[in-house]
Design a protein around this ligand. Structure first.
Ligand code: TXE
Length: 492
């Protein structure tokens, strides 16, 4: 019996007993078998979340009490870090050590929101009347559907669960069907930490089946989603019927601009990491290299050389530098994307195919790929591949670099390399993306907001705004010396 759904404070199997296998992207072996929720399970989870919220069993706790719970969850996550990292690397195929970094980031996320909960909330507004007290209070928003992707499964869920708990929301978590194990582990910890029954619920299964009611049901107040643009559009359309609050993180096609006056060695090294870390399955991957014409050959030749050196391998391969793609379907999308790029006129300099090493035969390994001679209008420059594919464009002037960097429907992140601090600052300010790195690419901190301009999403995670997404703001006006308003006549 597989009982991995967590609904109303109890672990259950699916109401019809359905379960599905999770396969390793490294070698296709079955790494877990988990319950697959039915529509009635989803309804039960929504009912439990709604009733727990409305009962005040948790939503009435103070910020301090909720922060203490979230801090305890951080401690328990730290205790089980390696166990969880193992599950994460089994599901995603990423190296165990990378999964360990991810779990450490998850712990930091919970600690950040626990600390934020202890800060002062709300404020007093001076309305200029001695007999009136006017207060802005922050209240839990209600019931949230928290839907996560497969690339950083636990981390992306943590960015939602931790603030939802601090805010006092009840919620239903739905991780990607490809990577459910770490969410199950998190839910066990949430239970162990003493979260009241019904507040946290876990539903497993494909988004198109179990995700839809999590968006449509009028009892849900907020949907926080990280995933693909098309799914984000579907969610936004569905949410319109009941005017749900939305928080969306939908990926990016992120410009990485290198000026001729940059620290070239550092820029090249970071460009390789930015594009090929986790085989490009990173929403903020620096997949659009935009390089000043005079250094194009020097930079691109060296990136190509280093891309060719990258060692691919599974979770426990100590020599591996990055791992497989998540699934056969994704591998096929990435291959087609590269083929389309070449058909459009891009020049394939390295990669462009599946790894043919015998030890990769059972896995979804795709070689780090560089496409040169690209222009902004090409499909491969405009669309996200979410694979290890770097496109290269050139520029001659600062204005051109900015224009190319902004010529995308996405706006998640970008990087700029130059030793001229004023120029770098001008470019950073002109780029319409949610995070800009100057002479760096990739680092983030839970204390800093994360999210996208344009079609990269709506709202922000992390930072202070990441908590604000889960709070309603209420103004309470109290008249301490009531009197007639005098607007309308009281008598004939
Ligand atoms: O994501 P989906 P996919 C991008 C990346 C990738 C593309 C597609 O470009 O190639 O998206 O990936 C759930 N109602 N990113 O198809 O489907 C689904 O079960 C409710 C960027 O794997 O968006 C999973 O839990 N939920 C990204 C989650 O949505 C639904 C990370 C994400 O899956 C649903 C991953 C529905 N109708 C992919 N349909 C990032 N921003 O970091 C699916 N889901």
């Amino acid at each position: 019996m597989v009982a991995t759904l967590y609904i109303d404070g109890a672990w259950r199997q699916a109401s019809d007993g359905s379960a599905h296998d999770v396969h390793s992207p490294h070698d296709q072996r079955i790494v877990a078998t988990v319950s697959q929720a039915t529509q009635s399970d989803v309804q039960d989870a929504i009912t439990a979340a709604r009733e727990s919220f409305d009962s005040g069993i948790f939503s009435s706790w103070s910020f301090n009490e909720r922060s203490a719970l979230v801090a305890k969850i951080a401690d328990l996550l730290e205790r089980d870090a390696d166990l969880i990292a193992r599950k994460e690397s089994d599901d995603t195929g990423k190296r165990f050590i990378e999964a360990q970094y991810d779990v450490a980031d998850v712990v930091s996320t919970f600690r950040h929101f626990a600390a934020l909960g202890l800060k002062e909330h709300g404020r007093v507004v001076d309305v200029g009347l001695d007999h009136v007290s006017s207060r802005i209070v922050h209240e839990p928003l209600g019931v949230a559907s928290l839907i996560g992707p497969w690339n950083y499964p636990l981390l992306q869920i943590a960015w939602k669960v931790a603030p939802a708990l601090v805010a006092g929301c009840s919620f239903i978590v739905k991780p990607s069907e490809l990577t459910p194990q770490s969410a199950i582990a998190l839910m066990k910890i949430i239970e162990e930490a003493g979260t009241p029954k019904g507040v946290a619920n876990l539903i497993l299964g494909p988004g198109s089946v179990v995700g839809t009611p999590l968006i449509n049901d009028p009892r849900i107040d907020l949907v926080s989603f990280t995933g693909g643009l098309t799914t984000g559009q579907t969610i936004m359309r569905a949410a319109a019927t009941t005017i749900k609050k939305l928080a969306l993180e939908l990926g990016g096609k992120n410009p990485h601009i290198i000026f001729a006056d940059a620290d070239i060695e550092a820029a090249i090294d970071n460009a390789v990491t930015a594009a090929f870390l986790h085989s490009g399955q990173v929403c903020s991957a620096g997949t659009r290299l935009i390089v000043e014409r005079s250094i194009h050959d020097q930079v691109v030749n060296e990136i190509v050389r280093r891309a060719g050196l990258i060692t691919l391998g599974g979770p426990d391969d100590r020599l591996a530098e990055t791992g497989p793609l998540i699934s056969q379907a994704h591998l096929s999308n990435v291959s087609q994307y590269v083929e389309k790029g070449v058909a459009e006129g891009a020049q394939l300099l390295v990669g462009g195919k599946r790894s043919d090493l015998p030890e990769h035969a059972q896995g979804w390994y795709y070689l780090p790929t560089v496409l040169d001679n690209c222009t902004s209008k090409m499909f491969c420059v405009q669309e996200e591949s979410f694979g290890p594919v770097m496109t290269v464009e050139v520029f001659d002037t600062e204005a051109q670099a900015i224009a190319i960097g902004n010529d995308t429907p996405f706006g998640l992140s970008g990087g700029v390399w130059s030793k001229d601090a004023e120029k770098a600052a001008r470019v950073a300010s002109a780029l319409r993306h949610g995070t800009i790195w100057v002479n760096d690419f990739g680092p983030y901190r839970p204390a800093a907001e994360w999210g996208g301009y344009k079609q990269s999403g709506i709202g922000r995670e992390l930072g202070e705004h990441g908590l604000g997404e889960y709070l309603e703001i209420k103004h309470i006006w109290t008249n301490n010396a009531p009197s007639r308003s005098g607007w309308f006549r009281a008598h004939e």
